[in-house]
Design a protein around this ligand. Structure first.
Ligand SMILES: NC(=O)C1=CN([C@@H]2O[C@H](COP(=O)(O)OP(=O)(O)OC[C@H]3O[C@@H](n4cnc5c(N)ncnc54)[C@H](O)[C@@H]3O)[C@@H](O)[C@H]2O)C=CC1
Ligand SMILES: O=C(CO)COP(=O)(O)O
Length: 352
């Protein structure tokens, strides 16, 4: 198949190799002449994937129209904040070309202001005339390891449940396993909100907290992700899967993670803009913390870890002070806020 990838960052580049390995014809769209030239000439993308040789047959271009014309499937691999503009441009070009494609996105976050999930943003900008289905591909998948063909498992879900089988077929190989999941909301919410917890755990790590604190934050973090996700209509079981627990573990325990590393830099005293600048790649957890904090208010869901992160990212409160507030909350039962929600929602998802 002809597959185009929008975005020449770390994940788009590593996925280009998976798809090329699977025999597809891959073209990438990038904004930077330098990166595009480097991919076409040296078969490297040194800013985003150090010491990796990209398959020579992967081509890149700065010509959006040319890249779109090449595609049966389009992979959107840009940060969440760029998804709306990219989808709008894509719609315009596909209408002019009078063509329809299958869309799959890999972005993990929520849109600032609207609080929308990424498939919802794309769906607002694209029509049935241009997109046959809008899918997500998500799970524990650091770009650095995907590029090295280290075994990786992810899930795909979609709006119409029609394109997922194709996405599974085109991406899957002996090192890259793709499951289908019917729960688009759960898959996207798990992928987006784990970044918040990874930022928090990076901060704890940087402050010198121990493994107990990190395990607690992973566990209670998954609780609050599930509480919000279930209220939004997700299947509770999705949060125990690859895009929930799986992605939370990989992001919150790995120095590959930009969110985790950004947390460490904040603990070391860098301001948020300084940490983001130093990272040079997108730290999705920052905007998603703000969006999720506002959503928790809207849905009346308690999200204490998200709240402390929101306080030290966007307000003048120190990381230490924020975490100590977390420990001093009122006494609770471990299943508070979860039991009824899970029972009711599970019934809906298990009904034939
Ligand atoms: N890096 C990873 O290991 C993984 C990343 N993701 C997700 O994939 C998304 C992209 O992440 P990365 O590739 O890591 O980001 P990155 O920061 O490495 O690269 C982002 C790329 O998007 C490009 N871009 C930004 N705005 C654009 C626009 N308007 N038009 C065209 N290109 C634009 C940038 O120039 C850059 O090439 C994020 O939402 C991230 O959470 C998902 C799974 C793994
Ligand atoms: O989503 C990821 C791995 O699954 C990558 O996480 P970071 O964006 O924190 O690097």
């Amino acid at each position: 198949m002809n597959i185009s990838i929008l975005g020449t960052g770390s994940f788009g580049t590593s996925l280009s190799m998976v798809l090329d390995d699977n025999g597809h014809s891959v073209m990438m769209y990038g904004r930077s002449n330098e990166t595009v030239d480097e991919i076409n000439t040296n078969h490297t993308n040194s800013r985003y994937l150090e010491n990796i040789k990209i398959n020579p047959s992967v081509k890149a271009s700065t010509d959006f129209e040319e890249v779109v014309r090449h595609a049966d499937i389009i992979v959107i691999a840009v940060p969440v904040k760029a998804v709306r503009a990219v989808s709008r441009e894509l719609e315009k070009i596909l209408l002019l070309q009078n063509r329809k494609v299958l869309i799959v996105h890999v972005a993990k976050g929520l849109e600032l202001g609207t609080h929308l999930r990424v498939s919802e943003i794309i769906n607002e900008e694209m029509s049935d005339q241009t997109a046959s289905d809008i899918c997500v591909l998500s799970g524990p998948s650091h770009a650095e390891e995907v590029a090295l063909k280290s075994p990786t498992t992810v899930s795909t879900a979609s709006i119409k449940n029609e394109g997922v089988k194709t996405i599974q077929d085109v991406f899957m190989n002996e090192n890259f396993r793709v499951y289908v999941n019917e729960d688009l909301v759960g898959v996207e919410i798990g992928g987006a909100l784990k970044n918040i917890i990874a930022l928090a755990i990076g901060t704890l790590h940087g402050l010198g907290f121990g493994d107990n604190a990190k395990a607690a934050t992973i566990t209670r973090g998954l609780h609050e992700i599930a509480r919000l996700g279930v209220k939004m209509g997700a299947n509770p079981l999705t949060f125990l899967g690859l895009t929930g627990m799986g992605d939370l573990i990989v992001t919150a325990t790995s120095e590959h993670s930009r969110n985790f590393r950004c947390g460490i830099m904040l603990a070391e005293g860098l301001t948020l803009p300084e940490a983001e600048e130093k990272m040079g790649m997108v730290v999705e957890g920052v905007n998603t913390t703000k969006a999720a904090y506002e959503l928790s208010d809207q849905y009346g869901v308690e999200m204490p870890i998200t709240k402390v992160l929101y306080q030290y990212l966007f307000h003048d409160i120190s990381e230490q002070e924020a975490f100590s507030k977390l420990m001093q909350r009122e006494k609770k039962s471990e299943t508070d806020g979860l039991k009824d929600l899970l029972e009711n929602q599970l019934k809906d998802w298990t009904r034939e």
